[in-house]
Design a protein around this ligand. Structure first.
Ligand code: NAD
Length: 259
């Protein structure tokens, strides 16, 4: 499959999240930042959480989006999470939804990965998603139509070599979401499994050209995704259009996982 260039279609905001109060983790970079910005454009107020608070402050200016707020937290640390979520609920006056987009990559072979790196990958990607979800539960369960969107990966569906710790953490996220969807219904809990997206996480391993020619060429659509294309999937799963959708693992991957 050849690398293809394409322009991403415009989708005008329609106030799809008007009045919703949403916590977004990983909002200091890449996909999480695109989600937080799209949700604000769609009328939400957002508590943007990241351990890199400067990454949020680069795009979220105080007072620019209602009560939207930047909060620093380490999602792998329970007390840090509980404190940030409490401050989020105070700032927004409650919580209607959560998107767990914070995550880290690991590309070691399993024979080489250190126990510290294995644990860090699981602690952030899997345990972090669980901790933030549980911290938000007291608010999510008191409102109608509340939602959680978790982030797995194409690697959580079909792992490559050199992604052992990452793929295990991301497969765990799919299972976590399915259990939460049952235990916490009617809160809807869904998972997004992106293919390669042009963000700092992926750019750490590839030049811009290699990303498109080597990685993009593996996809049926012949390219990698832009963060906004993944953010639109999170918008669908957070908004009313998906009111009968829960427990799914949605591949948003340009056709990578089926062929
Ligand atoms: N980019 C891709 O190709 C791709 C593909 C599949 C899945 N994903 C997943 O999408 C999500 C977003 O990835 P991205 O590409 O935007 O990555 P990114 O590195 O650009 O952004 C991740 C953000 O998470 C934050 N973060 C990491 N650990 C944290 C912690 N312990 N506490 C708080 N914040 C923390 C980082 O500071 C960063 O701002 C991740 O879960 C990633 O695994 C990405």
């Amino acid at each position: 499959m050849e690398h293809k260039t394409t322009s991403i279609p415009e989708v005008p905001p329609l106030g799809r999240l008007k009045g919703r109060r949403i916590v977004v983790t990983g909002a200091g970079s890449g996909i999480g930042a695109a989600i937080a910005q799209l949700f604000i454009a769609e009328g939400a107020q957002v508590a943007a959480i990241d351990r890199n608070e400067d990454g949020i402050k680069a795009w979220l200016k105080p007072g620019s989006a209602g009560n939207s707020i930047a909060l620093k937290a380490d999602i792998a640390d329970e007390s840090s999470v509980n404190d940030a979520v409490k401050r989020a609920a105070e700032a927004l006056g409650g919580i209607d939804g959560l998107v767990n987009a914070a995550g880290v990559s690991n590309t070691d072979l399993l024979r080489d990965v250190s126990l510290a790196d294995w644990k860090r990958t699981i602690d952030i990607n899997l345990t972090g998603s669980f901790l933030v979800s549980r911290a938000c539960l007291p608010w999510l369960e008191t409102v109608q139509n509340s939602t959680i969107v978790n982030f797995s990966s194409g690697q959580g569906l079909q792992p490559f070599v050199r992604r052992g710790a990452y793929a295990a953490s991301k497969a765990g996220v799919i299972s976590l979401s399915k259990t939460l969807a049952m235990e916490w219904a009617p809160i809807r809990v869904n998972t997004i499994c992106p293919g390669a997206v042009d963000t700092p996480m992926v750019r750490a391993g590839y030049t811009a050209e290699a990303l498109q020619t080597q990685v993009g060429a593996r996809y049926a659509l012949g390219r990698v995704a832009e963060p906004i294309e993944i953010a639109r999937a999170a918008l669908y799963l957070t908004g009313s259009e998906s009111s009968f959708v829960t427990g799914i693992a949605l591949a948003v991957d340009g056709g990578r996982s089926y062929h």
